[in-house]
Design a protein around this ligand. Sequence first.
Ligand code: C2E
Ligand code: CA
Ligand code: CA
Ligand code: CA
Length: 275
Amino acid sequence: AKAIGRGNYCFYEESVDKAQEERRRLKLDLASALEKGELFLLYQPQFDCDTGIVTGFEALVRWRHPALGLISPAEFIPLAEESGAIVDIGDWILDEACREAAQWDNPLRIAVNLSPVQFLEDNLGSRIAETIQRHGLAPERLELEITEGVLIEDEARALDMLRALRAKGVLLAMDDFGTGYSSLSYLRQFPFDKLKIDRSFILNLQTDPQALGIVKGMIGLAHGLDIPVLAEGVETESQLAMLRLEHGDEVQGYYTGKPKPIDEYAALVQATAGQ
Ligand code: C2E
Ligand code: CA
Ligand code: CA
Ligand code: CA
């Protein structure tokens, strides 16, 4: 039994080394991924709950690694944050998403995720302003999705930066709402333009009365503050029906539309042209 135990232990050590080795390699590769054109964006539509009309798209980044294939942002964004590559990558994502949205013949919003690490750059606000100007995108068409992670390091400074961004006319959405320990206190300090209810709460909506209670509470709370809510990760018709019943404002999820290349949503973008 001892021998087996030791064997397992060795195996474990090896796999940890392997995982570390892969992370190290990915981090290195990531440094040149941008210039090699390996990153691209997918777009996931967001819909008005009541009318079913598309309101905008969230840009979601992907990495096509030459040897390893498609890598999820859940895997490589944290590495890019550790290495600092996220700053250039984040600029590229913003530029690409704004360039795309500026071509649409309608006022649909484009939602772009911002990493807390991008907030460490003092000139983030002016870079964003410069980007939307360069593309001729109306500022209120850009919605920046922010997790409460941005407020953790230096809260006062982060709040100042959020206010400065807001002053430029862009919209600010709190992403993954309900997952952080202090989402509530931040809401009091900063009036976000939208709350995105995290997918984990939507997942068990039909089976778990407590999940429904929490979602109801979050919607009531947001509406009490005059903030619209978007429910993420809507995968079924009955989840959508429940959110309508509870007066959710917007939905986004596999049921209404998966993240895809924007070309595949050309008809959806067109359908609302001139709206
Ligand atoms: P997020 O911002 O919370 O994005 C939502 C994630 O949920 C996306 O995963 C999306 O594809 C997925 N999703 C949407 N609808 C459904 C659904 O109905 N069911 C399920 N199971 N999943 C759904 P994705 O694209 O893999 O991104 C994962 C995370 O990586 C994002 O979470 C975000 O934190 C980060 N990320 C993605 N793109 C970017 C980006 O451009 N910049 C930054 N900084 N982070 C990004
Ligand atoms: Ca997001
Ligand atoms: Ca989210
Ligand atoms: Ca998330």
